[in-house]
Design a protein. Structure first.
Length: 145
């Protein structure tokens, strides 16, 4: 609806009720694309750091506790430890994506450029949440390979 149509409907008293959903998802797609590009640029941090952390946990705790602790009957401790390490990697990366993005934008002074466009709260939240889910899922799937 353009400005002329809006003013004509306002004069006639027939404005549509405001909706929670945005009329166009262009802002959402653009912000999501920006966030995905941001974590692709730091792909080494996204992949190498969680894999190295997980391997260190597995080496230390798996080596030290594998012979001494039996999580369940017939299940080695290292086999019990791996799914937890995958989830740890996934959750840490998902949280790190949104938090570091917002803090870096604030520190560098470009958060205002994210807040200036007419994005709804739903678009803003969904773009950051989905980019966090994508980064966490990507690092978790690479780690579990």
């Amino acid at each position: 609806m353009n400005r002329i149509e809006h003013s004509a409907l306002a004069q006639a008293g027939e404005l549509p009720a405001p909706t929670l959903l945005p009329s166009s998802w262009v802002g959402f797609r653009t912000l999501l694309y920006k966030e995905v590009l941001r974590f692709w640029k730091v792909a080494f941090q996204t992949i190498a750091a969680p894999v190295l952390t997980g391997v260190l946990y597995l080496l230390v705790f798996g080596h030290v506790l594998d012979q001494r602790v039996e999580a369940f009957a017939g299940v080695r401790y290292s086999a019990f430890l791996v799914p937890g390490l995958v989830m740890m990697s996934l959750l840490q990366n998902a949280f790190a994506n949104s938090s570091s993005s917002l803090i870096q934008s604030k520190i560098m002074g470009n958060l205002v450029f994210v807040l200036l466009p007419p994005l709804s709260h739903l678009e803003f939240f969904a773009a950051y949440a989905l980019s966090s889910v994508l980064r966490g899922s990507w690092s978790g799937s690479v780690y579990s390979q």
